[in-house]
Design a protein around this ligand. Structure first.
Ligand SMILES: Cc1cc2nc3c(=O)[nH]c(=O)nc-3n(C[C@H](O)[C@H](O)[C@H](O)COP(=O)(O)OP(=O)(O)OC[C@H]3O[C@@H](n4cnc5c(N)ncnc54)[C@H](O)[C@@H]3O)c2cc1C
Length: 493
């Protein structure tokens, strides 16, 4: 019965993720059909586009780190991967299983090439704060522009910028932010803010048109004044002077952002002044660290596929897979992948339970069902950007998103992030050790996966930081996510 209704991809997903089968049997078929269709697209993207160019692109980016293959973004437009976090009401493809779909998509794409996948996925990280802060005034402009560009295959992308040259780990945890040494500062001036300083390691930073940027209004009180801004590439004084030579995931750039007296208008504050830790960092990390776990899992799965193909190929008349030690290693590797999937899926499903209600409720649906022309009228835009307009949206979000839910989401996200990344490193390392120094196509793939996996231990907070987060939430109860409250006074007021 199940078999007749499902494509091969659907059957594979249900075999690998029994929880999806359970949801199907309990009537969530509509949402799951979208999930299966999305993963079918990811398989096609890998087969026809990513895999054929991944090794060559990786080598080219070592020689020419400045090069960027724009075909990645154009191809992503074809499959609508740039709208994965944009609600359907705004023309995007985010539906019932937004976080789950993002995680499954990254697992699938990264099994092909995680560099290419990161170029696509980091854009959604930039989009996320525009959604979760409830910055509706920008939904009909920035998000619509992304969707329209995507439909015309003219990619418009975003990036998320929190890391600074002397503050990486420090900006990801409230306790550390209090004593962080920051480079970027935003000074309040009439009608807006002037930003000066730098951000670094920003994925997609050299390509994006829009940036969500967190900055302190007072570097001596970073936690209290941490604020999220929407920055546009063509703002005067903004530039991206350099990109890094990366160890792995090279197809995506990590760029430095330079702010020299960049004026950002009041309308471009996402949320309120001073709510950047809750709004701009912890809520985003709670939604994005799980998908980093799925990135690591996809890399591990890619490595396993190449290792298996190596193990089944005869060498000196014998196949490695005929040895028990290889078979046992294969079982261990599959165990690591399934363990990872259990962790990131727990986070993803909790995420959908929380965000689903916040984005799909009568007030949001009514507001989003108003004609776009009405929402973009100057009067309406000014209201949505005003203190009371933000408070109204915030009240709706806060009604559905509770501090304790968000705290639990962050805990599951950090747990998935560090466990999946460590498992991916272990799997790739074992495969490489067994394969030895021979030069074969399979070994070149596994070596790339090893370098790619390393980065998942670093970004979205290092694994050390994520362990501290789990400890602080679960055992010491010293960390709690505060969802920004409506009618909160700006800290500078
Ligand atoms: C490929 C890549 C892509 C990235 N993309 C983005 C992006 O899109 N946007 C963005 O904003 N940032 C991005 N980053 C930055 C990334 O989030 C940071 O590199 C990361 O948070 C670590 O910061 P750091 O490099 O400054 O290391 P540091 O904070 O200097 O840490 C150095 C070492 O000290 C350890 N450490 C530091 N403090 C503590 C502590 N209190 N307790 C225990 N150990 C500690 C760390 O775990 C680490 O091992 C990216 C990084 C990489 C590598």
């Amino acid at each position: 019965m199940l078999g007749q209704e499902l494509s091969e991809t659907g059957k594979r997903l249900f075999r690998d993720f029994p929880i999806l089968r359970m949801l199907w049997e309990s009537g969530r078929k509509k949402g799951l059909r979208e999930t299966i269709a999305l993963i079918e697209k990811a398989e096609e993207f890998n087969r026809t586009f990513a895999v054929p160019r991944a090794l060559e692109l990786d080598m080219r980016m070592e020689r020419e780190p400045e090069y960027f293959d724009w075909d990645i973004m154009r191809e992503a437009c074809k499959y609508r991967f740039l709208s994965i976090f944009i609600p359907k009401q705004l023309g995007g493809i985010a539906g019932e299983f937004m976080v789950t779909n993002t995680s499954l998509l990254m697992d699938e794409l990264c099994s092909g090439c995680s560099g290419i996948a990161l170029a696509v996925g980091a854009h959604s990280l930039g989009v996320a704060p525009v959604i979760t802060s409830g910055a509706m005034a920008h939904w009909d402009t920035v998000l619509k522009e992304i969707v329209e560009g995507e439909l015309k295959r003219q990619p418009v992308t975003m990036a998320y910028a929190i890391t600074e040259p002397s503050a990486g780990t420090d900006v990801e945890e409230p306790e550390y932010l209090e004593r962080a040494k920051l480079s970027l500062e935003a000074k309040k001036v009439k009608g807006g803010y002037v930003l000066n300083g730098r951000k670094c390691f920003i994925s997609d930073g050299s390509e994006a048109k829009y940036f969500t940027v967190c900055a302190a209004l007072d570097r001596n009180r970073p936690l209290q004044t941490w604020t999220t801004f929407l920055v546009e590439r063509d703002m005067e004084g903004f530039s991206t002077p350099r990109v890094e030579l990366k160890m792995g995931q090279r197809a995506s750039h990590a760029a430095e952002l330079l702010f020299e007296d960049v004026f950002v208008p009041d309308s471009h504050v996402l949320g309120y002044e001073g709510d950047g830790m809750g709004n701009g960092i912890l809520m985003i990390m709670a939604a994005s660290r799980g998908p980093v776990g799925s990135i690591a899992t996809g890399i591990a799965r890619g490595a396993l596929q190449h290792f298996l193909s190596w193990a089944k190929t005869k060498r000196n008349g014998k196949r490695p897979i005929d040895e028990d030690r290889i078979r046992m290693n294969l079982a261990d590797m599959w165990g690591m992948i399934q363990e990872n999937r259990g962790l990131y899926m727990s986070n993803a499903m909790l995420g959908d339970a929380i965000f689903g209600k916040a984005l799909d409720n009568p007030v949001m649906n009514l507001t989003l069902s108003l004609p776009s022309s009405l929402r973009t009228m100057p009067l309406m835009r000014n209201f949505l950007n005003s203190y009371y307009g933000k408070a109204m949206i915030n009240a709706v979000l806060r009604f559905y998103i509770k501090d304790e839910d968000m705290t639990q989401l962050l805990e599951t996200a950090s747990l998935a992030k560090f466990s999946c990344a460590d498992n991916a490193m272990e799997l790739c390392s074992r495969a490489l050790s067994i394969m030895g120094p021979e030069d074969s196509e399979e070994r070149r793939w596994v070596e790339k996966c090893y370098r790619d996996a390393k980065l998942t231990q670093i970004y979205e907070g290092t694994n050390q930081l994520n362990r501290m987060v789990v400890n602080n939430i679960r055992f010491e109860e010293t960390l709690r996510v505060e969802v920004p409250r409506p009618f909160k006074k700006g800290v500078m007021a």
